[in-house]
Design a protein around this ligand. Sequence first.
Ligand code: PSU
Ligand code: MN
Length: 304
Amino acid sequence: MSSTTLVVAPEVAEALAAGGPVVALESTIISHGLPRPRNLEVARAVEQAVREEGAVPATIGVVGGVARVGLDEEALQLLATSDDVDKASVRDLGTVAALRRDAATTVAATSALAARAGIQVFATGGLGGVHREASATWDESADLVALARTPLVVVCAGVKSILDVPATLERLESLSVPVLGFRSRRFPGFYLSDSGYELDWQVDSAEQVADVVRARRELGIHRETVLVANPLPVNEQVDPALHDAVLQQALSELREGHVTGKAVTPFLLERFHERTGGESLRANIAIILANSRLAARIAVALAS
Ligand code: PSU
Ligand code: MN
């Protein structure tokens, strides 16, 4: 699989060759989603959580134009600390490779590279989706399109609460992306345990998720990602009143600042991290750790 533009770390390659459990992890959350210096600590802690559940972590990013599936400490540090790291979605991957850039990969780009390397399970925090006011701005994350064409299991805490949640759920339905609530029928709202919307399906174990994947394969339905929505426990969520106040202010600053394109999501997340007194950061870390653990258990179930 390894080439000059795609390098799979030896530990990851060995696990994949043996049919063992591997969990892909994204790097945009490290470079553009979490404040320094916690971002690097979290990147390491997430890998450790995956290992504790018996799977091999494969954090994915682009270093010097090489897409790397499984980052060593040096690469992780670079993506966490450099001021010159691009945010690469799927459409950027060929360009950042050819121009020898350093780039963090979004959910969409990480999915594409994970699938290319033969990984089946991927953990993230909150997915991208349809932005509020998208009917005027047309801002819909490329994550949604990637989910519709990449056969993985992705564990998330719903979509980021800065988004238009019902519109995103409608798009996921149109794109035939199955959404399974983990031990809940409520669609989680990222920093919030409940987005206010109900799901059609609930699963109660990692084995059930693996059974869904196997059934889809037997039925010849294997193009889309199976989304597993894993809510934060209520006692770990951000206070909904604080959340809504910060969100309203951040959205009006977004409008006034004419922030557009790939800068929108990092802008909004940064406002949260500044203004919730550490609450959004704490919740974000809890989310990514819990999702990584669950993803590892699903990878183990799929491998056995
Ligand atoms: N979830 C988080 N923090 C993040 C992201 C998700 O907890 O920073 C990133 C993911 O990489 C996701 C991206 O793919 O935000 C979405 O960006 P956009 O809305 O520009 O597509
Ligand atoms: Mn966008």
